[in-house]
Each structure stands twice: as structure tokens, then as C-alpha cells.
Design a protein around this ligand. Structure first.
Ligand SMILES: NC(=O)c1ccc[n+]([C@@H]2O[C@H](COP(=O)([O-])OP(=O)(O)OC[C@H]3O[C@@H](n4cnc5c(N)ncnc54)[C@H](O)[C@@H]3O)[C@@H](O)[C@H]2O)c1
Length: 309
């Protein structure tokens, strides 16, 4: 049975198909045999490691790690534990050391600069990834920012410049990054792009303000990109996460009170934690989700189904 499955996986890899992985507990993956890179590496290890992970041998880009509380860091850890080789980025010198320290705890991770507001840095990032990995299987986009004054202001008082910056960093950057990684994903026979959003894109949440508008643009971008890139077997999805205490979240006034509301009102009667998002992300980044694109997956303990009463 095991042999037949391994043989089928090897055949599929030789044909260049994206391989759907199995159900490995992350810890087992560390024991897999390192035989090379990419798709074929995953298939080859299946001969000796029948519990191959869905991300084994995959090469991924992670944008949005600031510190150990970052959602992108939780996703990076889950993807690495599932066998992926990663490149992590930092946007500026201030965060470089943090990202390098975290990346050093992963196996063979690469650290590269990328301020997502800079086309030249995005292009340089893609060139470095090509040189290092020779292709790319997935990309996590976890960057967001709005100037503090504009985030604190009601939307009707947002400045033109604040609006521009918020939309550039938090929404356009998905398009810019995707454009840069498409050639690398084409080399790999396809890929998965994932971004992070919040339900404030479709409903009004006190203090979410300008970021709600940026997230609406981000989610619309997911749908257009998914439709345009599907023919190249490149999927584009988003996770809409419930509130989690991170650096970005602490920029939203009274953030803790949002978590209190979730705890009371979600069907699961609890808040979302980093590992809830990381597990869902591992699924969407892997070929286990190969039939899913253009999706905004709600990882919010069910909050979105509740009415007002
Ligand atoms: N924390 C939450 O409650 C929550 C809920 C839903 C969605 N999200 C989204 O998750 C994503 C990650 O945020 P987080 O909560 O982990 O906070 P975080 O502060 O850890 O991550 C935000 C990241 O954006 C990066 N960034 C900002 N400007 C950048 C630039 N110019 N170039 C490159 N990177 C830049 C920061 O360096 C940081 O790593 C964001 O899109 C956020 O809106 C967060």
C-alpha cells in the first residue's frame, strides 16, 4: 500500500504535477531524508518517509515577520515544520536583526530585504529567490500599515497621503509581490499566494477605520489575481483572521476590547490564536488546497456567521 503510494507520487512528480501531500504530524517531517530541492525532493523522500508532508520540499517566501508574535512568523514556523524551505524578508534595518534571529531557528532559511513600497526592492527580492531556489511554490503576504494619525482618525477625516500609504503598503503590495513571483511559480508548474485580511473590510468595526478600506481593496485584489493567474495554476487566497495580539493589532485603539467581544460572541466561545491561522495557512499554501482559489477563508471561531441580536 505504502509502496504503491510512493510510486504514484514519484510518477506524478516526474510528470511535473503538483503533488498533494499526506497528513504528517509536523514533528515527523524533521526526520525526512533530504535528497534535493522542490517537487522531486518531496517525492523522492516519499520512498523512505511514507508520512510525507504536504509542504515537504516546497520553497516559500514569507513577507511580514516583525517579531515572534507576528502571524507571518507563526505561519513560517508551521510551513518549515512541514518541510518547506523558506525565505523571510525584513522591511528596514530596524527589524533586520529580529528577523535574522528568528530565521536562524529554521533549517536553511534565507533572509532578504524587502520594503514592499519599493518596486526595485521587490524586483531584487525575486532575483535573489531565483538564484537561491530556482523557482517558488508559495508566497505569504503579511504586510500592512497605515500612518497612526490616519488610523486613529474617523475615515471622513483621513488624509489623502494617509489613504495612499495605507492602500500602497496593505493592498497594492500584494499585486506588486505577486507580479514578481509569477515567473518563479511558473517555473515550478504553479504556486499558492496567500494574504491576511480582517472582516473590517466588509463591516464597520470601531477604530479599524482606514484599514477596513485597505482590506476591502486587498480582498478584491485576491479575486482579480485569482481569476487572472488560475490558467498558470497559480492560486490566490486570503485568510480573514479573528483578532490576535500583535504589533500591528496594537495600533488599533481599544484592541483588547475587540477580543473580549469575540470571546463572548463567537460560536466557538473563544478567541483565535496564532496556531489556528498557521494551520489554516499551511493548508492553503500546500497542494492539499489545489481546488481552492479566490477564497477569503474565515478563521475567526465562526464570528462572521453571527447576527446582531
Ligand atoms: N493581528 C490581528 O488581529 C489580525 C487580524 C486579521 C488580519 N491581520 C493581518 O495580518 C497581517 C500581519 O499582521 P500581524 O497582526 O501579524 O502584525 P505584525 O505587525 O506582526 O505584521 C505586520 C507586518 O507588516 C510589515 N510591514 C509594514 N510595512 C511594510 C513595508 N513597507 N514593507 C514590508 N513589510 C511591511 C511589518 O514589518 C510587519 O512585519 C496584516 O496584514 C494584518 O492586517 C491581523
Amino acid at each position: 500500500m505504502r509502496r504503491a503510494r510512493a510510486a504514484a507520487l514519484s510518477k506524478a512528480a516526474v510528470r511535473g504535477r503538483v503533488i498533494s501531500g499526506a497528513t504528517t504530524p509536523a514533528a515527523n517531517v524533521h526526520a525526512r531524508v533530504e535528497t534535493g530541492r522542490g517537487l522531486l525532493a518531496g517525492a523522492a523522500s516519499a520512498d523512505t518517509q511514507p508520512h510525507m508532508s504536504a509542504l515537504a520540499g516546497k520553497r516559500g517566501l514569507i513577507v511580514g515577520v516583525a517579531n515572534k508574535r507576528s502571524i507571518s512568523w507563526a505561519i513560517a514556523q508551521a510551513a518549515a515544520a512541514a518541510g518547506a524551505r523558506l525565505a523571510l524578508t525584513y522591511p528596514n534595518e530596524r527589524l533586520e536583526e529580529n528577523v535574522r534571529e528568528l530565521a536562524a531557528t529554521l533549517k536553511d532559511a534565507v533572509v532578504l530585504p524587502c520594503d514592499v513600497t519599493s518596486d526595485s526592492q521587490i524586483d531584487a527580492l525575486a532575483a535573489s529567490l531565483d538564484a537561491e531556489f530556482g523557482g517558488l511554490d508559495f508566497c505569504l503576504h503579511g504586510a500592512a500599515f497605515a500612518p497612526k494619525a490616519d488610523l486613529d482618525n474617523p475615515v471622513w477625516q483621513a488624509s489623502r497621503e494617509g489613504f495612499r500609504v495605507a492602500l500602497d503598503v496593505s493592498a497594492y503590495s500584494l499585486i506588486g509581490l505577486t507580479r514578481a513571483v509569477v515567473p518563479l511559480m511558473k517555473k515550478s508548474g504553479g504556486g499558492s499566494v496567500l494574504t491576511l485580511t480582517y472582516i473590517g473590510s466588509e463591516r464597520v468595526f470601531t477604530n479599524y477605520n482606514l484599514m477596513g478600506i485597505a482590506k476591502a481593496a486587498l480582498e478584491a485584489s485576491v479575486r482579480y489575481l485569482a481569476s487572472e493567474l488560475g490558467a498558470d495554476n497559480i492560486r490566490v487566497n486570503a485568510i480573514s483572521a479573528g483578532p490576535i495580539k500583535t504589533l500591528a493589532a496594537m495600533g488599533i485603539r481599544n484592541f483588547s476590547s475587540i477580543r473580549d467581544v469575540y470571546k463572548e460572541r463567537t460560536p466557538l466561545r473563544r478567541n483565535i490564536e496564532l496556531d489556528d491561522v498557521a494551520d489554516a495557512a499551511s493548508f492553503l499554501l500546500s497542494s492539499a488546497s489545489r481546488g481552492i482559489t479566490g477564497e477569503i477563508l474565515m478563521v475567526d471561531a465562526g464570528f462572521h456567521v453571527m447576527g446582531g441580536a
